[in-house]
Design a binder for this molecule. Sequence first.
Ligand code: GLC
Length: 834
Amino acid sequence: MKYGHFDDSAREYVIENPKTPVKWINYVGSLRFGGFVDHTGGLLLCKGDPALNRITKYIPQLPASQLKGHTLYLRLRTAQGLRTIAPFFVPTLTALDHYECRVGLGYSRFVSEVAGVRTVITLFVPTGSEVLIEDVCVTNVSGAELELDAIPLVEYTHFDALKQFTNADWVPQTMQSVVHDAQGGRKILAQFAFMNRDLRQNYLTATLPASSFETCRARFLGDNEYGTYADPLSLKQPELGNYQALRGDNVGALLLPLGKLAPGQSKRFRVLLTQQEGARTESLARAKAAFAAFESDEQTDAALASMRRYWDDYLGKLQVKTPSAALDSMVNVHNPRQCFMTKNWSRDLSLYQLGFGGRGIGFRDSSQDVMGVLASMPGEAKELLEKLLSVQKPDGSAMHQFYASTMEANEGDSREHSDRPDYYGDDQLWIVLAVCAYLKETGDLAFLKHELPFYDKRKPLAEREKGSVLEHLKRAVEFTRKDVGKHGLPLLGFADWNDTVNLKRGAESLFVANLYGKALLELIELFGQLGDESQVQRYKRDYEQMRARVNEHAWDGEWYVRYFDHDGSAIGTHKNAQGKIWTNGQSWPVISGFASSERAHKALESVQRHLSTKNGIKLSAPGFDGYDPNKGGVTTYPPGAKENGGIFLHANPWVMIAETLVGNGDRAFQYYMQINPAAKNELMDEYELEPYVYAQNILGDEHAQFGLGRNSWLSGTASWCYQAATKHILGVRPSYAGLEVDPCIPKAWDGFELTRVFRGSTYKIKVKNPSHVSRGVKSLLVDGKAISGHTVPVFEDGKTHEVELTLGNVEATAHPHSSPAHAAPAARPTRLEA
Ligand code: GLC
């Protein structure tokens, strides 16, 4: 069974059946003003902070048939009486003669036909704007004259999103709505919680006259709310009640008479929703000005066209043409688009991550998300890096998360367990990878001198210690160098990347050890670039020391162990009955270069043998069967779910990358395709989720519902799959000296093409694979001239350069990423001025 198809030429996914297994969503706007819209018109909208300034009431836990925050009703005035229909299908559930929801870049377009009415609705927030536009075009396709009304409706939430659900006394006493008359019989409905009346208000209007309105949910539904959204009793009356709510559950509904439409005749109008700051008259004036920008069809079309141009430019930084359509769909459109969203929303707001304030911007998560957007939005990436570095503590470790609106940071879930450490072993190391990736993309080494504060919640910002970005990076690795346990391996903290393994104080993490190794490799390369040989030598020693410890203590014979518990016992050894082998325990020693070639191959073979399934690689096996507070959150899930032996997708691209590092392009690509959502389009009754974005998890083969995906959109899978595909499988990655081109592809491929904008120049890359190998650069022509190695120089000339690379068998050389050879001082040292 499938529910839709990819329309790559329009860069849309087209949902053709409204009864998808779960809601499929799309994002509109940004963290500044935006949220998501589901495929039946449900809308979750916020301004600035989903926890503290939420606008519409979207309750994901309600059944799919229920109204969620927003809809549009149409009403036919017939000789037999009034008939209400819903072009979004929800909430009237009237069977539609045609339905499609086009999930586009920044907009969702709904096309439906019911009762002789064709409706096209485009929902979007124009780039940089704070207005949600619902652009509606209604056409009479019945063959006879029709008389119609349109009734847009939003249901508001209290601005404090969690209070809305935990308080049923204060909240309803504060919610109020007021109507304002505007020119030509139009109405603007204002809504606010009383304490915000003179600070900011929500405004709803339409570009047509309204004959009546309603703002009280009870009155809209009727009969003490025994009327329903599926069949509101107020819509059985000629007009709405014109009631300005003084309390209670507030809605905004406008009755817009569309009049008589002749056969074939259309009527186009807009419903507009915004929130504006200021005292009442001031904010109303602002709302009117904001609405005026989308008054005409032309203005609206221009706003949509400008958003398209934004995306043309964004996606234009990297485009590919390979033998795999499913890879092309993801890499050219949907994967970078998802990276944009994870960069924007971190893990704050999705259908699964509810934005009530528990999460905010994650230090670890956002450091990884940044790496997925560097080519397209380096400026915004840098801003986020600065914020992240500002919540690093003076000792080099980091706060686990922060709230973008206040820059207030906290220790995440570790706060709930006073008997466990209050920091995470890995957080601070991710920022090293992120900053170095930013430097390689942009060449902006001056960033390293930028002074930023260290976080100390006891001190006001002005009094906090400051240090250069380079100093922040040094303290990050220094923290881990010193924070080691019995085996000399880094302590786990409350958790490492795997949030759910929470061992007693004193436990050590092999993941942190390897991430530390990778961070050191990055710094060795960076300091080489800066010409600081003594720092290079120092980090090389630290690297060798940790590499020796890992190999001395953690090799289990066929694979590496994953943790040492507080008492020194290994977790992730063949001697364990459960949690015998862990994926991250194997991919990361390859990425860090700590594993010898022999151990790398063995460890990756073990992943293949014990952890890989047709739906992706499991995080560990076998799952823990029963709750064990000594292990922590991982044992709250049944075996096969989430981090407990589930297919945790974020960890899959690390195996793909590791496979490319050992030269196994076939297997890297096989793993890529195992989790590619575009390749699951025909398997929806099993998988259930949006085929156009990566999910966080798929149930593993220990679970009866093996193959079922959950938690789509906000997952590190987006950034890492994008990196795995583009930088490692297709092998085009920025470096200090230029653009490296070193693919590791399936042997069967004849080649591929890739266009990459890098430091202002366009690199048109053509890779040929006549001898059907996976890796090995036989020759490289740049603008027709042969060059040695695989690094195409930096041009910074705004021009287009033709790159032609032929793969073939070459003498085995140490791969740059799999050994500290990678760390050799760079050819062209760029000194950082003191
Ligand atoms: C979630 C968290 C992420 C963590 C992962 C594995 O995706 O957001 O930080 O690394 O789970 O536990």
